[in-house]
Each structure stands twice: as C-alpha cells, then as structure tokens.
Design a protein. Structure first.
Length: 115
C-alpha cells in the first residue's frame, strides 16, 4: 500500500483571529479487505502533517500551529495567517503504520477568509 493517496472530504473556514482544533480520524478496517482508512490489524504509529497553499508552498507553522496523534486520530490546531492570506489550502497527512507501511491522505477543503 505504500504510496497510496486518499482524499478526506469536508470544509474548514478560518477567519482572522481563528485559533481552533480539528480532529481527523483514521479508523482501521474491521475485517481483512474491509473498508477503513487504514488496513485491518494496523494502527497509526506516526504522522507527518503539512499545510500547503494553492501554489503548493509549505506554509509551515503559519497555519498549522501543532498536531498530535492519539488512537488513530490526528488533532490539528489551526489558525488564520495574515502572512499567507485568503485562499484555499491543503493539509497533507503522511501516516506511518504499525507494519511500517505509509499512506497519504489529503484534505483540500481548508479555506482562509477575511470576511
């Protein structure tokens, strides 16, 4: 499964002075070959979270304040960035699983709006 890319649907809108936490869940399949974010019998061992602007530039900690992994869930603390400004952003999650395989998920519904 290395190199597989999944898509996370949804929309998050950050406005000036926003500083909020969002939880992204990566549940395992309940049976072999069953549906789930990660394969049956595995857990998420580590995660690398990166936020990109619409040009594909890593915006670093300007938008992603912190991230934490617990029980196959990733909690991201996000904030509005006046440095990068309004627009659509993408959050990329690279999951390392307990079997050393990696999976990538993209959330492309992050918007910064000054309204």
């Amino acid at each position: 499964m290395a190199g597989a890319v999944g898509v996370i649907n949804g929309k998050i809108v950050l406005q000036p002075n926003s500083n909020v936490k969002y939880k992204f869940k990566f549940p395992p399949a309940e049976v072999a070959d069953g549906p789930g974010s990660i394969p049956y019998g595995t857990t998420v061992s580590s995660v690398d979270v990166t936020v990109y602007n619409s040009d594909g530039t890593d915006v670093g900690t300007s938008v992603l304040v912190s991230d934490a992994l617990a029980n196959n869930n990733v909690v991201c603390k996000l904030k509005y960035s006046s440095t990068w400004g309004e627009g659509r952003y993408k959050i990329t999650f690279v999951l390392t699983l307990s079997d050393a395989d990696t999976l990538e998920y993209d959330f492309q519904g992050l918007y910064l709006e000054d309204k």
